[in-house]
Design a protein. Structure first.
Length: 140
C-alpha cells in the first residue's frame, strides 16, 4: 500500500449562496490538487444556480463549473471535513470541536460583472494554493 491510499485531507467551503466564492474555491482546490484533496462546498441559503460571472471567470482559467449546483449546508458535510473554510456565512456555520476553521473575508461576487469577479477569483486562487501547500507538503 502506498501513501496514496492514505485518507485524503478533506475541505468544505461554505458561503451563503454556494453560487460564487465557495464554488470557485472548490473548483480551484479540485483542479490544483489534482484530486488529492476531497472537496465539498455548500451554502447556508443556496441559490438556484451558480453565479454566471463566476462561471465565466473560471472558464478563463480553463475550469468549467457550469454543471455545478448550489448545495445546502448539512451537519454531515461539516463532520466529514477536516478543514472548514467559511466565506461570510457568519454564525450560520455549525461548529464542531477538533475541526480546523478558517474564515476567508472575500467580497461577495453576487450581482457583479466579470471585471469585479476576476480579482475575487484571483484572491481565492492564491488562498487555495497556500492551503494546498499546507495540506499536501511537497514530497509527502
Amino acid at each position: 500500500m502506498s501513501q496514496e491510499t492514505a485518507q485524503k485531507p478533506s475541505v468544505l467551503f461554505v458561503c451563503v449562496h454556494n453560487a460564487g466564492r465557495s464554488q470557485m474555491a472548490a473548483a480551484y482546490l479540485n483542479h490544483l490538487s489534482h484530486g488529492r484533496v476531497e472537496v465539498r462546498s455548500a451554502g447556508s441559503e443556496p441559490a438556484e444556480t451558480v453565479n454566471p460571472a463566476a462561471v465565466e471567470a473560471m472558464l478563463e482559467e480553463g475550469i468549467d463549473i457550469r454543471a455545478e449546483k448550489p448545495k445546502v449546508l448539512t451537519t454531515e458535510a461539516v463532520k466529514d471535513s477536516d478543514v472548514v473554510i467559511t466565506m461570510g456565512c457568519g454564525d450560520t456555520c455549525p461548529i464542531f470541536p477538533g475541526k480546523r476553521y478558517e474564515d476567508w473575508e472575500l467580497e461577495d461576487p453576487a450581482g457583479k460583472g466579470i471585471d469585479s469577479v476576476r480579482p475575487i477569483r484571483d484572491d481565492i486562487r492564491g488562498r487555495v494554493e497556500a492551503l494546498i501547500a499546507e495540506l499536501l507538503p511537497a514530497g509527502a
